[in-house]
Design a protein around this ligand. Sequence first.
Ligand code: ADE
Length: 242
Amino acid sequence: MAPALRVDVLTLFPGLFDGFLGESILSRAIAKGLVDVKLWNFRDWAEGKHHQVDDRPYGGGPGMVLMAPPLVAAAEAVALMAEPVGRLIAMTPQGTRLNQSKVRELAGEPRLILVCGRYEGFDERILETLCPEQISIGDYVLSGGEVAAMVVIDAVMRLIPGVLGDAESAIDESFSPEVGLEYPHYTRPREFRGLPVPEVLLNGDHAAIERWRREQSRMRTEAAHAHATGATITVVPPERIG
Ligand code: ADE
């Protein structure tokens, strides 16, 4: 049976993915045939004796720019290697910020092609020719798109049915960041450096535990939201005043 998700990664450093693909949940998902990840070094599509993939920027300035010919040739060739051609995504700091709803959307695709940049970035004509969707994992600049591609793969593959074991997928997925952050978790020992496990978790009253967890989740979400927006006050609706 075809895997539920195939990911093709175009990178100059496929070795960076070795540990990531070879351990834990992802290696199990690959072994079970649920996810297939193929790595391609786009240097293999570069011409000339030195297989050059980058060059100095026109107009001057620091750093090197990824050349259009090898990268475009690689992306076009890889897209045609399997069906469907897949959703083409370039990892760039100026892309749309990844969030859980984008992750859910990508998990519904049968095939993703992730293009990882390096150096100062892509020759603009790579983006103009391939018209990839651009995704950023946050407002900071990484030295390449590989770590960002791993973030996408990790977040997406755990939503593929069968990838997480029963115990793991039993986690209430409604606690995705947009709905609410997760409540705090505790395991043994019951007391650690004077810090006890909250009493409510110990008495087996499942309704009370559920209420406590929802409340904790709500408080964390509100605090995170206030922090993100710089809000310091709670606005009380007029009908609740007086
Ligand atoms: N490449 C370099 N920085 C990046 C970022 N923040 N997100 C995605 N790809 C990148």
